[in-house]
Design a binder for this molecule. Structure first.
Ligand code: NAD
Length: 463
């Protein structure tokens, strides 16, 4: 049932933003730079508040909040401040012969009023990194953070509404009713980070208004641990990447495909690596599962017979021990959906071609990680498997390089962002042909004659 108060509120906010956009204020590059600088200042001066809020949501430490969220947002802002003038420049391009004499150029223009929907797992990064891109590109912004991380949602609402004109940038808190009502409105762009099922809802709602969307979704990202890898380094990097954020990361290696000949050694080293990491919420090396519902979901997909190490949990503490499962097959329950938690299934393989086919039979993943020192193996995997992005001999870290696009493909998403790719995502490129009036070739005009056609063909270099 439609709640008319929510409906009226959403309509009012969107209308106010559209009116503000129509003043053309956001089109000035100087305005955008000012807002970006102000945004960074607000975040920097309130870092303690941001740390406290994220700790209250799932006991994420200040260390991890800085390294995996805030530092990346600061970097994005700095890069945008430095380069937005260049990114927004009108670009001259060559004019084709059929239009001679004329000039041709591309005008990057902001899309307008945008909606950004964030996820809870990296609540600042998934909400605010798209905001930086939208701001740099000159749009107005409505941000809807996840209600599942209420403290971070609350602090973003407080800081942004206290410091920004809501006609330009506002935060709307809430869950499904608020998001559903927001999605009824006409936006010029929707940027969504979250799960595949909700991604479908967003896509469908956007289609009613033909609103362009970027969907940053998830999936089951594989890690190939081949017999040609540096095993010690592989284990070190993989274990860090899997258990960071207690596995609640869209780019986390979801499962490992390990060559039969090194499987036992891999398991042994992985267990030791977990022990040496001293994963514990008390010492800030680990975080809570976001809610009890997810603890139950995760504990339900563990097959006790397959536990190699870990497997214990505490519901009220929302804790799940870093867990490794062995002898897993693609038919197991754990392989049916994205895990999004600290459980690592290990699947053994013998033949690379056969295992590639199994991976290709799954929906296209957001990431893929290839551990090998062998060039041929690396190239084979890179060429044969389609995925959003990934790394060779590392995991997760590709997202920190803003010179590369970050986004999924197929089921793991559509569109990308980070650095200039983010700017492009929130920009329309308007192609303009500008002609002088002192000259006109009469070839294209009526009446058509065979002589004109011969000329046209000659001009276009065709027979
Ligand atoms: P989610 O899809 O449950 O929620 C995301 C957002 O959608 C939230 O703001 C939520 O309020 C809203 N929402 C939820 N149900 C809705 C509905 N029925 N109608 C309208 N809006 C609704 O996702 P989540 O649990 O917050 O995040 C986990 C998922 O996000 C995982 O699949 C993960 O892989 C993915 N993720 C992807 C990226 C990426 O950059 N590709 C980053 C982080 C998380």
């Amino acid at each position: 049932m439609v709640d008319h108060r929510i409906e009226i509120k959403m309509k009012k906010i969107v209308k106010a933003q559209q009116d503000f956009f129509n003043t053309n204020a956001t089109k000035e590059v100087s305005f955008r730079i000012e807002q970006l600088k102000e945004f960074k200042r607000i975040l920097k001066t309130n870092e303690n508040l941001l740390n406290k809020a994220i700790y209250s949501d799932f006991k994420k430490s200040a260390f991890e909040n800085y390294t995996s969220e805030l530092s990346l947002i600061y970097h994005d802002i700095d890069e945008a401040v430095k380069k937005v003038k260049r990114w927004s420049k009108v670009k001259r391009v060559k004019t084709n012969l059929a239009n001679f004499p004329a000039k041709s150029y591309i005008i990057p223009e902001p899309l307008g009023t945008t909606l950004i929907i964030g996820a809870w797992n990296f609540p600042y990064l998934t909400s605010l990194a798209p905001v930086v891109a939208a701001m740099a590109a000159g749009n107005t912004i409505i941000l809807k953070p996840s209600e599942l991380s209420p403290s971070t949602s609350g602090v973003m609402h407080k800081l942004i509404s206290n410091n920004f004109n809501t006609d330009y940038f506002s935060v709307i808190e809430g869950g499904i009713p608020e998001t559903t009502e927001l999605l009824e409105q006409k936006f010029d762009k929707i940027f969504f980070t979250g799960s595949v099922p909700v991604g479908r809802i967003v896509y469908e709602a956007a289609s009613k208004h033909l609103t362009p969307v970027t969907l940053e979704l998830g999936g089951k990202s594989p890690a190939f641990v081949t017999d040609t890898c540096n095993l010690k380094m592989t284990v070190k990097r993989l274990i860090w990447a899997k258990y960071l954020n207690a596995g609640q990361a869209c780019v986390a290696p979801d499962y490992v495909l390990v060559h039969k000949s090194i499987k036992d050694k891999f398991l042994e080293l992985a267990k030791t690596e977990i022990e040496n990491a001293h994963f514990s919420i008390e010492n800030d090396n680990y975080i809570q599962i976001i809610n009890e519902k997810n603890v139950k979901r995760l504990m339900n997909i563990i097959d006790n017979k397959k536990i190699y190490c870990g497997g214990s949990s505490n519901l009220s503490e929302r804790y799940i021990e870093p867990t490794i499962l062995e002898n897993v097959t693609f038919e197991d329950e754990i392989m049916k959906e994205e895990i999004f938690g600290p459980i690592l299934p290990v699947i053994e393989y013998d033949n690379l071609d056969e295992i590639i086919l199994k991976v290709k039979a799954q929906p296209k993943p957001l990431a893929c990680y290839i551990y090998t020192e062998d060039r041929k193996t690396k190239n084979k995997l890179l060429q044969e498997i389609s995925f959003g992005g990934g790394a060779v001999n590392d995991s997760n870290m590709h997202i920190t390089n803003t010179k590369m696009p970050f986004g999924g493909v197929g089921n793991s998403g559509t569109g990308s962002y980070h650095g200039e790719f983010g700017f492009k995502t929130f920009t329309h490129y308007k192609g303009i042909l500008e002609k002088p009036t002192w000259f006109e070739l009469n070839l294209k005009y009526f009446p058509y004659t065979s002589k004109k056609l011969r000329f046209i063909k000659l001009m276009l270099g065709q027979k």
